[in-house]
Design a protein around this ligand. Structure first.
Ligand code: ZN
Ligand code: ZN
Length: 152
């Protein structure tokens, strides 16, 4: 069993191509354009709400889906092995694999229906989508970490 597990999880983008991200430190949701943050010049992304840098801004939905897929995959492997074993010993003793482990639902990652407002930070001239309240109260530029007060 040395197969490498590769799970493709498709994360939907909104109609303008923004991806929903979640700060693991403060739980704030925001949206960035993948073509911006996957740029080679962008090494870190600052959370617009707490201003801290995290390794990953993957949302809970994506994590749950990944875990469900991994668990289902592992269960499938176990079942496959048990079935082989069942065949091998047929006729000698009775051994039947009957109970299939419950499969975890693999729910597609949904787009959030929460309203986001677009903000262009004057420092980096990049577009970010924030919750209206965060936009109003001031936020950190995800690309350089500079605090920008809500005025435009
Ligand atoms: Zn945060
Ligand atoms: Zn900036």
């Amino acid at each position: 069993m040395s197969e490498e597990m590769v799970f493709q999880i498709s994360v939907p983008t909104d109609e303008e191509g923004f991806v929903l991200l979640e700060c693991p430190l403060c739980g704030e949701l925001f949206k960035l354009n993948p073509s911006d943050y996957q740029d080679d010049s962008v090494f870190v992304v600052y959370c617009p709400a707490c201003g801290l840098v995290s390794d990953s801004y993957v949302t809970n939905d994506v994590i749950e889906l990944g875990l469900a897929m991994a668990e289902n995959y592992a269960n499938d492997l176990i079942m496959k092995e048990l079935k082989k074993f069942e065949k091998k010993i047929k006729g000698s003793i009775s051994f039947k694999v009957s109970k299939k482990p419950n499969r975890k639902p693999e729910l597609p990652v949904m787009l959030t229906i929460e309203a986001f407002e677009k903000k262009i930070y004057p420092c980096c001239k990049k577009e970010v989508k924030l919750k209206p309240i965060l936009k109003m109260s001031g936020s950190y530029c995800p690309y350089c970490g500079v605090m920008d007060y809500g005025f435009e």
